[in-house]
Design a protein around this ligand. Structure first.
Ligand code: DGL
Length: 250
């Protein structure tokens, strides 16, 4: 199968990493809208317009499916994107909600939802989790994590101070939804801050679980063909991709 992976920038590479670890696809076409990132501070109509443009971009590739590896786009634009797409589209928010339901047996678990301002304001995770019976939910828009990760700051003082700033009124959760595809890169720091036992819901792993429940994957692809496209400076995206995706399947 040939899959298109879309994100506002480089964060969706954390989803590609999960796809590669599970060797699901023969060919992966990645598109990051690096010229217009961040999406998380934009309004609904703009996010939908950018999502639709990504579907048009992918029409050049005869894909079997598209993964929206951006929580912000998944929260606002999926139904509009599906209307104009010639192949099925899967988003990370729905997958994350299901993964949470699968991995947390206790509906009284205290879940902290992190995401961009747009994702948190959409209440997509909150509403979805309430629908499946979770009611102890805390939410926090943590947009500053995005530029920190882009600067490759995954630990240290600046990040810790940012945690203190965002989490001062947050009670210790049982699980955190990493509701932005940049956030898996600071997983370790989050666990150091709260506790190692905390469960982290990762968009990449969640979408893999979700796809495995929807499709029968009969073959493993150890070395899929990969192409990386960006709306600005594709070379920079390719450099980061080769760094982040190094050592997978070797
Ligand atoms: N990758 C985006 C997400 O998962 C966050 C970055 C942005 O604000 O564009 O929501």
């Amino acid at each position: 199968m040939k899959v298109g992976v879309f994100d506002s920038g480089i964060g969706g590479l954390t989803v590609v990493k999960s796809l590669l670890e599970h060797q699901l696809f023969e060919e992966i076409i990645y598109y990051g809208d690096t010229a217009r990132v961040p999406y998380g501070i934009k309004d609904k109509n703009t996010i939908i317009r950018y999502g639709l443009e990504a579907v048009e971009f992918f029409k050049n590739f005869e894909l079997d499916l598209i993964i929206v590896a951006c929580n912000t786009v998944s929260a606002y634009a999926l139904s509009e994107m599906r209307e104009i797409s010639t192949c099925p589209i899967y988003g990370v928010v729905e997958a994350g909600i299901l993964a949470c339901g699968n991995s947390l047996g206790d509906k009284n678990s205290n879940i902290l939802i992190l995401g961009t301002k747009a994702t948190i304001n959409s209440k997509a995770y909150e509403n979805g989790l309430k629908e499946i019976g979770f009611n102890k939910l805390q939410t926090k828009a943590t947009g500053l994590f995005v530029p920190l990760v882009e600067e490759e700051i995954y630990s240290g003082n600046i990040l810790e101070e940012t945690f203190k700033y965002y989490f001062k009124n947050i009670s210790k959760p049982h699980a955190i939804i990493l509701g932005c595809t940049h956030f898996p890169l600071i997983s370790k720091a989050l666990q150091n801050y709260f506790t190692k036992e905390i469960k982290l819901i990762h968009s990449g792993d969640a979408i893999v679980q979700y796809l495995e429940s929807e499709f029968t994957f009969t073959k493993k692809y150890k070395n899929p063909e990969m192409k990386f496209f960006a709306s600005e400076n594709p070379e920079a995206l390719r450099t980061i991709a080769s760094k982040w995706l190094k050592n997978i399947n070797q």
